[in-house]
Structure formats: structure tokens, C-alpha cells
Design a protein around this ligand. Structure first.
Ligand code: CP
Ligand code: NVA
Length: 308
């Protein structure tokens, strides 16, 4: 009997060992970029459906699929009319007959869950309103490349408890990193996800915290991470969010409170002058652009994992 197909929807489906193995695989794939690359997608086609804009995710997935020997089709969501012209379930049931992989960026997380449930081919979440697992894996890889010593990393995520924050929290809990969400009270992570991560953290020896004390949280941090205050789909709240997050900017003053060797990251795109200032994003301490490149390598490793 063949083993059940695997998906990557939230990171919660991966064990600590699987995450470590994907990151190790990505570091190896980066070294051998075009020599001897695995061809797990030879004669296979991946379909990418994007309901929201993208630079990095779209380009890195298309490149990853091509470099693994496959062929990528990019479908703008208006062309598919998923959930409008045709139900998500029927889209999944058609795609499984024709192609071998679905990469989907959707507004609702439920859409990627439905695609996964109703198709027999792997589905990768390329960002939903709840999670951005590939970003978190790229962060894990980049941190491993930059970390000095073997002290347990302490991540301070400054900003909204959004998709990126949620996935970084799951990754940290699974890898045993301490993780603090630093935000105004009304933008805290959901109680459900906090409970899940706290339970995982107990078994890996990490600590998950939520605080609005920015200076206190960055004092001992290994990494200061931030993301936009207004995510795609929340544009109608942007004015309110600019007020609510005004004192949560990652700037030179905040960086000066952190340890000298602290790293800075951002999933990009950044709104320079809002959640982060240019001097900090472009500083020697910033690993944001390394993380952007690593999306390619880590997503190749994810595909190898799903097809192995
Ligand atoms: N970080 C990230 O996912 O970038 P894009 O939205 O450009 O894909
Ligand atoms: N939180 C951001 C991430 C973009 C990569 C958004 O969802 O818009």
C-alpha cells in the first residue's frame, strides 16, 4: 500500500525532526544549487494559485519547481474563480487528475485545507490569513546559518499576531526557541494557537510569551523580527493600525537596547518608516534578504520532503 500524501499547511503537521531535516536539506541544496540537484519533479507539473499579490513566493516556487525538474503553471485566481466560478472542492478534484502539486496563496486558511482534503496530491500553503509556513522555515534556515554558539535563541516578534507571527511561533515551539510576541493587547495571538504552542513548547523546553513591553522584550533577544502592521486583506484597518502600532516600530533606538550581536529580520515586503526604519533593515545585523533568498532553497527541500 502506498503511504498517504503529505501537505504543508501550517507547520503543525511536521515533527521537530522533520523540520530539522528540511532545514538541513535546504542548506545542502543551497550548496549544490545547480549541480546534482534532485529531480523529484521530473515529468511532473505544479500549479500555483495566488489570490493575493506576491514577489518572493511566486518567483521562488516557480524557480524551485523548475530546478527540481518540473514544470510550473501560474494561475491568477481571477482566471480560476475558486469558490465563485467553481467550488474549491471541484477545483481540487480537477487538479488532482491533471497535475502533481498545488501551491496556493489564499485569503482564507480554510481554502488550502479544502484543497488538501479533496485532492490526492500534495498542497503547499503559500500564505493564508492564518499561516505562512514557508516563511518560518526560511527563517529557521537563515537563523541556523547566522547563529554563533549553541545558546538557545530568543526571538522577539514585534507587531501584529499575523500569519508570519503564527508560523514563527509554531516553528519556535517545535525547535525549542524562546518566542515573545510584542504587541498592543488587542493584537495578541489567538488563545487556541497560544495553547497549542505552549503545549508543544513544554516538550521542547522553550518559552512562549505575549507582552506589550517592547524595551523589556528586546533586552535579551537573539533576533528582533517584524512584519507589516496591516496584512493583505486588512487594508480597511490600516489607519487604525498605524495609530495602534505607532510605539512598536523597530528602529535604531530599539535596536540599541538589544544585545550587540542581535539579528534583525522581516519577511518582506517592508513598509520602510512604519514597522521598521531603513537604517535597521539595511544594517549589518539584518538577515532579511538572506531569508528572502532562502525561501528558494527551503521550498525545494519542502517539495523533496513531500515527494519522498
Ligand atoms: N515574504 C513573502 O511571502 O513575500 P511575497 O508576498 O512577495 O511573496
Ligand atoms: N503579513 C503579511 C505577510 C506578507 C508576506 C501579509 O499577509 O500581507
Amino acid at each position: 500500500m502506498s503511504s498517504p500524501k503529505k501537505d504543508l499547511l501550517s507547520l503543525q503537521e511536521l515533527s521537530t525532526e522533520e523540520i530539522k531535516s528540511i532545514i538541513a536539506g535546504a542548506i545542502e541544496l543551497k550548496k549544490q544549487r545547480l549541480n546534482n540537484a534532485p529531480t523529484v519533479l521530473q515529468n511532473k507539473t505544479g500549479v500555483m494559485i495566488f489570490e493575493k499579490p506576491s514577489l518572493r513566493t511566486r518567483i521562488t516556487f516557480e524557480t524551485a519547481i523548475n530546478e527540481l525538474g518540473g514544470h510550473a503553471i501560474n494561475l491568477a485566481s481571477e482566471m480560476v474563480g475558486m469558490g465563485k466560478r467553481e467550488s474549491v472542492t471541484d477545483v481540487a478534484r480537477n487538479l488532482e487528475r491533471i497535475v502533481h502539486l498545488i501551491v496556493a496563496r489564499t485569503y482564507s486558511h480554510q481554502t488550502v485545507e479544502l484543497l488538501a482534503k479533496h485532492s490526492s496530491i500534495p498542497v503547499i500553503n503559500a500564505l493564508t490569513d492564518k499561516f505562512h509556513p514557508c516563511q518560518a522555515l526560511a527563517f529557521g534556515m537563515t537563523l541556523q546559518e547566522h547563529l554563533k554558539g549553541d545558546k538557545k535563541p530568543k526571538i522577539a516578534f514585534i507587531g501584529d499576531s499575523n500569519n508570519v507571527c503564527n508560523s514563527l511561533m509554531v516553528l519556535s515551539a517545535k525547535l525549542g526557541y524562546d518566542f515573545s510576541v510584542v504587541c498592543p493587547e488587542k493584537y495578541c495571538p489567538s488563545a487556541d494557537l497560544l495553547n497549542t504552542c505552549t503545549t508543544i513548547a513544554k516538550s521542547t523546553g522553550s518559552e512562549i510569551k505575549v507582552t506589550s513591553d517592547l524595551k523589556g522584550a528586546v533586552k535579551n533577544a537573539t533576533v528582533l523580527y517584524t512584519d507589516v502592521w496591516t496584512s493583505m486583506g486588512q487594508e480597511h484597518e490600516s489607519e487604525q493600525r498605524r495609530c495602534d502600532f505607532a510605539s512598536f516600530q523597530l528602529n535604531a533606538e530599539i535596536l540599541s537596547i538589544a544585545p550587540k550581536e542581535a539579528l534583525v529580520s522581516h519577511c518582506l515586503p517592508a513598509h520602510r518608516g512604519e514597522e521598521i526604519t531603513s537604517d535597521v533593515l539595511d544594517s549589518e545585523q539584518s538577515i532579511a534578504f538572506d531569508e528572502a533568498e532562502n525561501r528558494l532553497h527551503v521550498q525545494k527541500a519542502v517539495i523533496v520532503h513531500l515527494f519522498s
